[in-house]
Design a protein around this ligand. Structure first.
Ligand code: ZN
Length: 141
């Protein structure tokens, strides 16, 4: 007798077809074993991982930058900073610092980057949709 309760059939997470999981893989097998389903499953997992990672990154990035700026400001009184240093957006940091303060500037720059990234994401997803639509068009023979 086989351990039927251990390896019950389950639906593929991608194509939803029911399959008999490989007893060696136990609960790790999420797809029916079709190479296309496997690839799709990995892609989804990667995307999820990237998304989680990005949230973590966002939460920590700003805090780290602000802390770095703060320690930089305190150490600046001791060591003369080179005036040519530029921020990521290309503005001369020292000038910005005089007007709005480095920490305010970092927050503004960060928000701008988020906006740009969001914009790029929307753009690239539209490109994907367009490419899909183009593929659906009847081919010229
Ligand atoms: Zn499948």
């Amino acid at each position: 007798m086989q351990g039927a309760t251990k390896c019950k059939k389950r639906p593929c997470r991608i194509c939803r077809r029911w399959f008999q999981p490989n007893p060696k893989l136990k609960d790790r097998q999420m797809t029916c074993g079709d190479p296309q389903c496997k690839r799709e499953w990995h892609r989804k997992r990667c995307r999820q991982w990237n998304r989680n990672n990005r949230d973590y990154f966002r939460a920590n990035y700003l805090q780290k930058k602000l802390a770095a700026a703060q320690s930089e400001e305190t150490s600046k009184s001791r060591t003369r900073e080179s005036p040519k240093r530029l921020s990521r957006s290309g503005l001369p940091l020292q000038f910005v610092q005089e007007v709005i303060g480095l920490q305010h500037f970092i927050i503004i720059e960060y928000l701008a980057q988020l906006l740009i990234r969001r914009f790029q994401e929307v753009l690239s997803s539209q490109v994907l949709v367009n490419a899909r639509k183009v593929r659906q068009l009847p081919r010229a023979t």
